[in-house]
Ligand binder design. Structure first.
Ligand code: SF4
Ligand code: SF4
Length: 209
């Protein structure tokens, strides 16, 4: 297969798991337990013969008409799924874009709260399970619906208020204002400016990964 980057590319996406469906000889990539991509392997050689992914039907249709190496999903729903020949003429950048879209489509099929849980990220890009308060002073932002102990009494943290409750986003990654003034105004006073900037950068990277 010419796309030798594919396995690493998919496993680097947040929340992705992989298995081998032995009865079909397919390597499957899942998000939240649902498949979003597969590499179908030949029985004798284990060589890939199709890469399968999900697209919006109109986009799948269009691409099938443009590339002979993109066909209706092999052994899948042919409206929603597409199979790509692994040694054909589909450009690498296009395939990466299609894999991203498939991942987003499947992830987006869960509730927003579930999406944050699958990604193990709060709406502001914090990995609560890595926080020293997690499990003792705090159950994490998703669990307590933003009413973290450092938020104003009885209220959700302003970032949660804005992204989840008001804008109804999965998280701030879906907002053009990231990182916004609310992020700046919720700086932990114990952090130096330098440490805060690093923290913002890390959270933005988490959200964009
Ligand atoms: S204090 Fe709570 S909400 Fe904030 S990062 Fe830690 S665990 Fe998450
Ligand atoms: S304005 Fe955008 S980046 Fe800022 S808290 Fe709201 S959703 Fe997040």
């Amino acid at each position: 297969m010419k796309y030798d980057w594919l396995n690493d590319y998919l496993l680097n996406k947040r929340g992705v798991t992989k298995d081998l469906q032995a009865d079909w000889n397919w390597i499957r990539y899942h998000i939240g337990g649902k498949m979003f991509a597969a590499v179908c392997l030949e029985w004798e050689t284990n060589k890939p013969y199709y890469i399968t992914l999900k697209l919006e039907p109109a986009e799948g249709d269009f691409l099938r008409s443009q590339y002979e190496d993109i066909i209706p999903g092999y052994y899948m729903n042919k409206v929603h799924w597409n199979s790509i020949k692994p040694d054909g003429n589909v450009p690498d950048d296009l395939l990466k874009d299609l894999l991203d879209k498939s991942y987003e489509l499947i992830l987006g099929s869960f509730s927003k709260k579930k999406q944050r849980e699958i990604l193990e990220l709060s709406c502001c890009g914090t990995e609560c399970k890595k926080c020293s308060f997690y499990g003792n002073m705090c159950k994490g932002c998703n669990e307590c619906l933003g009413k973290v102990f450092h938020a104003p009494a009885g209220r959700a943290c302003p970032i949660y208020e804005c992204s989840v409750k008001s804008k109804k986003l999965r998280n701030c990654s879906q907002c053009a204002e990231l990182p916004c003034t609310i992020w700046r105004e919720t700086k932990d006073p114990q952090l130096s400016e330098e440490a805060f900037e690093k923290n913002v950068e890390e959270r933005v990277n988490n959200l964009k990964s």
